[in-house]
Design a protein around this ligand. Structure first.
Ligand code: PAF
Length: 283
């Protein structure tokens, strides 16, 4: 695996691979890689001949009071994991390489509707930052396909819409969330949890599983069931930011005819914000 920091080196390596007829995959990340990221890279190696991973902690998607400065940076360990997973090229640009005119001067990509509500409501500007950097990474790498984890379900919906709306010739693949043995979705932010918070955290996914089962049994009682589940999380010490039920593609409010649904949640454990989701069908 080679690691490059500049767009010039990236473009040279990717065009070499393309001239050899290789199919190119991109796995965009912010580093601090865990088994979920590695599963994406391994999947990419099955679907493409040349796999590019990027590590870029994108300041544009962090709010003023968020964890940009303390976001874990673990480059050497990440490189070892990527080599083990069969990655061919790692792109680790500096902020100046991605935003040469500064962030204020950067043209932005904003994806309506699906970016609103849920994490979009609690993190204003977050999805604009994500859509902008993902669009730039797509243009820098020009991959045939790009892989993202379903743990960031709203992000994946935003990226799918961005690709459709801008007619980008890229296949977007969403891959299932990788979980710890106790059900907690793997996330770089899990590292912020202390021992007792970590012990409590799997309750989020258990609550989603139980709630999905209850809604499947009694779809007409969904508002009451959601309210009870929010209260259950609160009582246990997982302060809900949101816990909502949406249709599973555009994340619209649920209508009676919708069959494919998704529960989406964000909770605070102390100052750490965890997100998770669960897709299910009413059929
Ligand atoms: O999911 C992430 O790690 C980031 O939001 C992404 C997609 C790499 C964009 O910075």
């Amino acid at each position: 695996m080679i690691t490059v920091k500049s767009l010039r080196e990236l473009r040279a390596a990717v065009s070499r691979a393309r001239s050899e007829g290789k199919r190119i995959a991109l796995v965009p990340t912010m580093g601090n890689l865990h088994a979920g990221h590695i599963a994406l890279v391994e999947k990419a190696t099955q679907r493409a001949d040349f796999v590019v991973a990027s590590i870029f902690v994108n300041p544009l998607q962090f709010g003023a009071n968020e964890d940009l400065d303390k976001y874990p940076r673990t480059l050497v360990a990440d490189q070892e994991k990527l080599v083990g997973a069969g990655c061919h090229l790692l792109f680790t640009p500096d902020v100046e390489e991605v935003y040469p005119d500064g962030m204020q001067q950067q043209t932005r990509v904003s994806v309506p509707l699906v970016s609103e509500g849920l994490c979009g409501a609690s993190r204003p500007g977050h999805f604009e930052g994500v859509a902008t950097v993902v669009c730039k990474l797509f243009n820098m790498v020009q991959p045939d396909l790009a892989l993202f984890g379903e743990k960031d379900f709203q992000q994946l919906a935003v990226i799918r819409k961005l690709v459709r709306d801008l007619n980008l010739p890229i296949q977007v693949m969403g891959e299932p969330t990788v979980r710890a043995a106790d059900g907690l979705a793997l996330s770089s932010r899990n590292g912020y949890l202390n021992e007792s918070q970590r012990a409590l955290a799997p309750l989020l996914y258990r609550t989603l599983q139980q709630l999905a089962e209850e809604i499947r049994r009694q779809p007409s009682a969904q508002s009451t069931l959601l309210a009870a589940a929010r209260q259950q999380l609160e009582d246990a010490g997982l302060r809900p930011d949101y816990l909502e039920l949406r249709e599973a593609v555009q994340l619209r409010e649920v209508q009676d005819s919708d069959r494919q649904l998704v529960l989406l949640a964000a909770v605070y454990l102390g100052t750490t914000r965890l997100i998770d989701n669960l897709q299910f069908s009413l059929d």
